[in-house]
Write a protein that binds this ligand. Structure first.
Ligand SMILES: [Ca+2]
Ligand SMILES: [Ca+2]
Ligand SMILES: [Ca+2]
Length: 307
């Protein structure tokens, strides 16, 4: 309650848990403490004067948030501090929170060690909650399957089936991200499939061998690869919470032509943005959201789990 009041400066209704009703999810676009009073349309929750998300709430009920979840990490504040060290964690109706189920394939050269996986996911979570460049979302993850035998996918249908088979039914609110080997053609870096009523097969993949192959060809040091893995992860997760499909000038894949808004599409200033279309994305920078992307984020329709 104190957090919520500090975040929004708004009133609230006392419910059965003493703060909010158990079925309510009152997180919404309001004004945060550093925003000009009376301009709730100019910012979103959790950050500094960010544009509002497409929808209010994070689809977690206050009862779920109060009960909490067993999580492995994430939950950083806007300064990248006060992250969750692992174990049980109650969530907050004052912040938008995104929960991620992580599966990791093993047994191939580009597979991540547990420490590398933690570093990658930490960069992703930090990026989403960053007060300046982020999206006003606190990302938490749980590693569900830490070492699954790797598969080289022949086509999308195989990948979708894999995602379905490995999506933990106990983690129904969680977006699903898989650190995978590759498709047989060793491209692309990542892919996100939407869930639907008939196949129930959504999920995001990060193809570690495809990324590693490009770095080997470029001659860049292996240490340079981690930001590309983190940014690819953040990019695919962003696809899974956008649900735009050709609206608002997007290209049907939620990529933005001019994310820095200077009128030049695919200019150098655009290339560091998370969802830029065209050119070669620069993945050495932190995760960087543009306002058009922020304005289309919808945590109530996570593509990998909700339809
Ligand atoms: Ca929340
Ligand atoms: Ca799983
Ligand atoms: Ca531009």
């Amino acid at each position: 309650m104190t957090e919520y009041m500090a975040q929004y400066g708004l009133g609230f209704t006392v419910g059965r848990l003493g703060v909010f009703g158990a079925g309510e999810s009152p997180t919404h676009e309001g004004r945060d403490v550093d925003s000009p009073p009376g301009s709730p349309g100019t910012d979103t929750d959790g950050g500094r004067n960010m544009v509002p998300h497409k929808t209010p709430g994070d689809s977690l009920t206050t009862l779920q948030e109060y009960r909490g979840f067993i999580l492995d990490g994430g939950g950083f504040d806007g300064a990248g501090a006060n992250g969750h060290a692992g174990g049980h964690k109650r969530l907050s109706p004052a912040y938008k929170e995104l929960l991620v189920e992580v599966d990791a394939m093993s047994g191939f050269a580009a597979a991540l060690t547990p420490a590398q996986l933690t570093a990658v996911l930490g960069a992703v979570a930090n990026g989403y909650s960053n007060a300046t460049n982020g999206a006003g979302i606190r990302v938490y993850w749980v590693v569900d399957e830490a070492s699954v035998p790797n598969v080289v996918f022949q086509d999308a249908s195989v990948a979708k089936s894999w995602a379905y088979d490995h999506s933990n039914p106990l983690l129904e609110e969680f977006a699903h991200v898989v650190y995978a080997n590759k498709f047989s053609n060793n491209t692309p870096y990542g892919e996100t499939y939407r869930n639907n009523l008939y196949t129930n097969s959504g999920g995001s993949f990060v193809f570690l061998s495809a990324i590693a192959t490009d770095f080997a060809l470029s001659g860049m040091p292996v240490a340079a690869i981690q930001p590309w893995i983190s940014n690819t992860s953040a990019h695919e997760i962003c696809h899974s919470i956008m649900d735009t499909i050709s609206t608002n000038g997007f290209d049907g894949g939620e990529h933005v032509k001019d994310p820095d808004g200077d009128g030049v599409e695919g200019g150098r200033g655009d290339l560091g943005y998370l969802m830029v279309k065209g050119g070669i994305r620069i993945h050495t920078a932190p995760v960087l959201f543009d306002d058009k992307t922020r304005g289309q984020i919808d945590l109530t329709k996570k593509a990998s789990v909700e339809w």
